[in-house]
Design a protein around this ligand. Structure first.
Ligand code: HEM
Length: 496
């Protein structure tokens, strides 16, 4: 046998070996787009508006979808029952995170709890969060919520056309006060911290999406020289790194500068309380965990809540009947004063509870929560999921399931009122298991108070063109791990 025969036999047997392996793997793997050998469905993974593709796959393949991207198994859970059964029920093996190469290049791994692997820093950061922001812990910050909501109302009254800025400003103000004890100052309407937060989110929101950057599929590209062709992502990574360093450091620098003035505020903040605790040999770990907690809150906590409030404004423009009904309820129940968090606690305004839930359901800020990583082989619905599978919940499709939420595209808070009790979207929008959002109680309270107060004080209306015709804003959302309405216009004016 000559060498060309041997080469041919080697090639054929290698191909055969891979074909058999592939056949065996996919025989017990969930159905889904397959793509060519080795590449898999890498090029079918959506780069934009991920929820649209994931929903199509759900309709085509059913409750559980499995694909591979250059050998990386990825599974999408499409029903509420499966997501809860797997990500909550088996949280001991489904709570790690896969690598996020682009975000890691942007320095996020050092401080962002959302992408940290399981380990001592994450466990401690989560414990600190849980101690401080349990439902009763979050209630201790009610006065901060009240102060910041009244500032929000003032800004909306003064500059209604800048409502997007006012809303982000509100969320930044809340987080900086509660977590750092920092009072953010407005400088001619342009606040450094608000701008910084906006820039970081804009520059990095796509970086966490699996298919948005090739380096997320091929982590070795991290080492691709910046001078070689195709290295544009390195420029984005560097920009992200500079911004994320500023996001982490700027509040601490300002705190140091202002400490003499803001001492009381700082002492009762999350960071201030941590500084007074004695941690003995664990001091370094403790500091790292506390700093991760505050930086993640300033990054992710602001964007998610901003997204929900913008969704609320957008829906009030498009659904005036909902707005009028809610205002009538508020006027009837608490005539002559502003809504308070006590009204929430005593269940006085169920319509506001329902609007908050419907905003979460209609457009969840995270359409697929954040990906989890499986740490050992497991069987789900009879399918074999190998160790290291990336597992995502298809939150958007779960919350638009016609069987649970009839007419799901319609914004209809009534679905959560009276006897029409449909499943609570908060069981999904805040994620699952050991990675469930630790800021959820805080977020729930601030959103409730902001929404109730805006409705009590303002009418939210569509703009009109020069002929007086109503101009409804387009409903369009940004892509990426976190999604929010794209810029739109409307009229916000004090109620008569
Ligand atoms: C509308 C508001 C919010 C939504 C919808 C939201 C949603 C989420 C989701 C989906 C996750 C990932 C959960 C998972 O992997 O299963 C998450 C993680 C996280 N959220 Fe939130 N969040 C919100 C507000 C906040 C706020 C206000 C804070 C801080 C004050 C916060 C802090 C965090 C942190 C630290 C993590 C990382 C947890 C981990 O990976 O272990 N979030 N959030």
């Amino acid at each position: 046998m000559d060498s060309s025969h041997i080469t041919l036999i080697l090639i054929v047997s290698t191909l055969l070996y891979h074909a058999i392996r592939r056949y065996i793997f996919f025989r017990s793997y969930p159905p889904g787009p397959r793509g060519p050998p080795f590449i898999g469905a890498a090029f079918e993974m959506p780069r934009e508006k991920e929820w649209v593709t994931y929903d199509k796959w759900k309709r085509k393949y059913g409750p559980i979808v499995g694909l591979t991207s250059f050998g990386q198994p990825i599974v999408i859970l499409n029903t509420a029952q499966l997501a809860q059964q797997v990500l909550n029920g088996r949280q001991n093996i489904y709570s790690d995170r896969p690598p996020f190469p682009m975000l890691e290049m942007m320095g996020f791994l050092d401080w962002n709890m959302g992408i940290m692997k399981s380990g001592p820093t994450l466990s401690l950061a989560r414990r600190l969060f849980a101690q401080e922001f349990s439902p009763s812990g979050a209630a201790e910050y009610s006065d901060v919520h009240k102060e910041e909501v009244s500032m929000l109302l003032k800004r909306l009254g003064e500059e209604p056309s800048r409502f997007t800025w006012a809303i982000r400003r509100f969320n930044v103000g809340l987080i900086l006060k509660i977590f750092y004890g920092l009072l953010v100052e407005d400088k001619e309407g342009h606040d450094d911290f608000v701008q910084l937060n906006d820039h970081v989110i804009t520059a990095t929101s796509l970086a966490g999406s699996p298919a948005a950057y090739l380096v997320n599929t091929f982590p070795f590209l991290k080492y691709w020289p910046s001078s070689f062709p195709g290295a544009a992502f390195k420029k984005d990574a560097l920009e992200g790194l500079n911004l994320s360093e500023r996001l982490v450091n700027a509040p601490h620098e300002t705190l140091r500068e202002r400490l003499a003035r803001v001492d009381t505020l700082h002492r009762r903040s999350f960071l201030g309380k941590q500084a007074t605790l004695q941690h003995g040999p664990d001091t370094e770990l403790h500091q790292k965990a506390a700093h991760a907690a505050v930086a993640t809150a300033y990054g992710a906590g602001v964007e998610t809540s901003t997204s929900v409030l913008l969704t609320f404004i957008l829906c009030m423009v498009h659904y005036p009947k909902v707005q009028r009904k809610a205002q009538a309820d508020i006027d009837h129940v608490i005539a002559g004063r502003l809504p308070s968090l006590e009204d929430k606690e005593t269940g006085k305004l169920p319509i506001i509870d329902a609007i908050v839930k419907e905003c979460f359901r209609w457009r969840p800020p995270g359409n697929f929560a954040l990906p989890h990583k499986l740490i050992q082989d497991d069987i789900v619905s009879g399918y074999m999921l190998p160790k290291d599978t990336v597992v995502m919940s298809n939150v958007w499709s779960i919350l638009h399931d016609e069987n649970e939420y009839p007419h799901p595209m319609e914004f209809n808070p009534d679905r959560f009122l009276n006897d029409k009790l449909q499943a609570d979207p908060r069981d999904h929008v805040f994620g699952y298991g050991r990675r469930i959002c630790p800021g959820r109680h805080l977020a729930d309270r601030s959103l409730w108070l902001a929404i109730a107060s805006i409705l009590a004080c303002f009418d939210i209306l569509p703009e009109r063109d020069e002929k007086g015709n109503v101009k409804y804003p387009t409903i369009d959302y940004t892509s990426g791990v976190m999604s929010r309405p794209k810029d739109f216009h409307c009229i916000i004016k004090p109620r008569k």
